[in-house]
Design a protein around this ligand. Structure first.
Ligand SMILES: Cc1cc2nc3c(=O)[nH]c(=O)nc-3n(C[C@H](O)[C@H](O)[C@H](O)COP(=O)(O)O)c2cc1C
Length: 188
């Protein structure tokens, strides 16, 4: 095994989703490293206008989680079948815990163009590859976070209320929110 492969396997083996963080802030230099790791991943077509925006204001993160939770509760209430309502509510128990994370990375990409949606229908996003490129870039960020001793967890659950999330996060109509990544130092 080469030294590079050994290091890679060690980081891959050690990585776990982290959902509880210390209160220590993450400095700008560290966020820049994560941003660089995100940007180094391959992208479909070489450019899907991927964005990874870091929110570090604790009030903004908490407010986003609270408002998301509220919208999700309203969404559950609007479901008429009690079985589906209960299952959805249970499924959503792990969606809005990120309010206490010191950093929230907001990952978005450009939507598939209209011509592709017309010609390929439902499969357009897969062919376009924007969301898959965003997922690859996010994994690159996760590995960088792990290698510098930061905890992280991806979240797509909050997209259950994607309309509210995209509004709150000011994602433009030509883009789509792909996932959130809660980040911070491990709590001891
Ligand atoms: C695309 C994606 C979406 C995820 N969404 C959520 C989520 O909404 N809430 C959550 O608590 N964890 C979420 N996770 C974390 C998974 O639950 C976690 O990766 C999985 O249980 C495996 O555990 P590990 O990451 O510790 O290996 C998500 C992970 C991925 C890759």
């Amino acid at each position: 095994m080469t030294e590079d492969l050994y290091t890679l396997m060690r980081i891959l083996t050690r990585r776990r989703s982290c959902r509880s963080f210390s209160l220590d802030p993450v400095d700008k230099k560290t966020l820049q490293i994560l941003s660089d790791a995100f940007a180094l991943a391959p992208q479909a077509g070489g450019d899907r206008d991927l964005h990874c925006r870091f929110i570090t204001d604790q009030n903004v993160i908490r407010n986003l989680a609270d408002q998301g939770q509220e919208a999700f509760a309203a969404h559950c209430q609007s479901i008429t079948s009690s079985f589906i309502q209960e299952e959805t509510a249970r499924y959503g128990e792990n969606f809005f815990w990120f309010g206490e994370a010191p950093v929230l990375a907001v990952v978005s990409c450009r939507n598939a163009p209209a011509f592709l949606e017309k010609s390929a229908g439902q499969k357009a996003p897969l062919i376009w590859g924007g969301e898959l490129s965003a997922a690859m870039a996010s994994f690159s960020l996760l590995l960088a976070a792990e290698s510098i001793g930061l905890g992280a967890c991806c979240l797509t659950g909050p997209l259950s209320v994607w309309h509210e999330m995209e509004n709150l996060l000011d994602i433009s109509g030509r883009d789509t929110l792909v996932l959130l990544i809660a980040l911070g130092h491990f709590s001891s």
